[in-house]
Design a protein around this ligand. Structure first.
Ligand SMILES: Cc1cc2nc3c(=O)[nH]c(=O)nc-3n(C[C@H](O)[C@H](O)[C@H](O)COP(=O)(O)O)c2cc1C
Length: 234
């Protein structure tokens, strides 16, 4: 008797092969980038009001943020505001426009509407997020921050990192200081943008660098400089 594969079995094979390929792709870090909604350039709170109300917050509700709020915070932190020949200018100043800062978003379970928990790398040039690792790692991040567990309930942790080499290539040893100064500008942008969205932010500079880097799965050259929990005040 002639052997012919049943057409449904053939289709099932194709579908499961595709599923395996997708799984392999995501575990190899090839999950698709996530486009963020365009940031708004107008708000309802004045700079003076945001400056007056800014405080380091250490208590947060678990309430989810919207993708729009996340988009706005990332843009404020390190987003592109102008394009010049050969380079893009950003919300924070940068020594020699060397831009040594990278931002990672640690999203908790149910932390941002329609997003899976995980660590994401912000890509300013395309205003998008690239998945780095999946799963809710907020507790591990808080533990790496010398067990400052008050941070863990915040739906979003913004991690500001610096790659000294980008700035030191131009300025030598001063590049380290310049990178750290730039991280401070970025941090204040996050604070003020959170206020303008009627959210609150905290700031943490006390952490075990190696533990934090391992938890986040970030490149060794990306030195964590600040961690900023963001959310609704608890
Ligand atoms: C570089 C830096 C590191 C900080 N690290 C921490 C920290 O690890 N934990 C913490 O609770 N607050 C931290 N803070 C927040 C300060 O304690 C806070 O800014 C200060 O008490 C003034 O309060 P305010 O920010 O509410 O005005 C840090 C602030 C800065 C600028």
């Amino acid at each position: 008797m002639e052997k012919t594969a049943h057409p449904q079995a053939w289709l099932r094979g194709l579908v499961s092969g595709f599923a395996v390929l997708m799984l392999l792709a995501s575990s190899a870090g090839y999950a698709e980038d996530l486009s963020l909604p365009p940031p708004s350039r107008k708000g309802t709170l004045s700079v003076e009001e945001a400056l007056s109300s800014r405080r380091t917050h250490r208590s947060f509700q678990g309430r989810a943020l919207t993708l729009k709020q996340l988009s706005q915070i990332l843009w404020a932190a390190n987003g592109v505001t102008a394009v010049r020949p050969g380079r893009q200018l950003k919300t924070a100043p940068s020594a020699g426009a060397t831009y040594p800062i990278d931002i990672y978003a640690v999203v908790g379970e149910g932390g941002v509407e329609s997003m899976a928990p995980g660590v994401y790398h912000y890509r300013p040039e395309s205003h998008s997020l690239r998945p780095v690792t999946s799963g809710d790692v907020r507790t591990q991040v808080a533990a790496a921050c010398l067990r400052q567990m008050w941070m863990a309930p915040a739906p979003l942790l913004i991690v500001i990192t610096g790659e000294y080499g980008r700035c030191s290539a131009k300025y030598g040893p001063r590049g380290v200081t310049y990178t750290q100064i730039e991280a401070g500008h970025v941090g204040q942008n996050v604070f003020l943008q959170a206020e303008a969205l009627f959210l609150k932010a905290g700031i943490v500079g006390a952490f075990e660098r190696e533990d934090l880097g391992k938890t986040l799965h970030i490149p060794a050259a990306h030195e964590p400089l600040l961690v900023m929990p963001v959310g609704y005040p608890g």
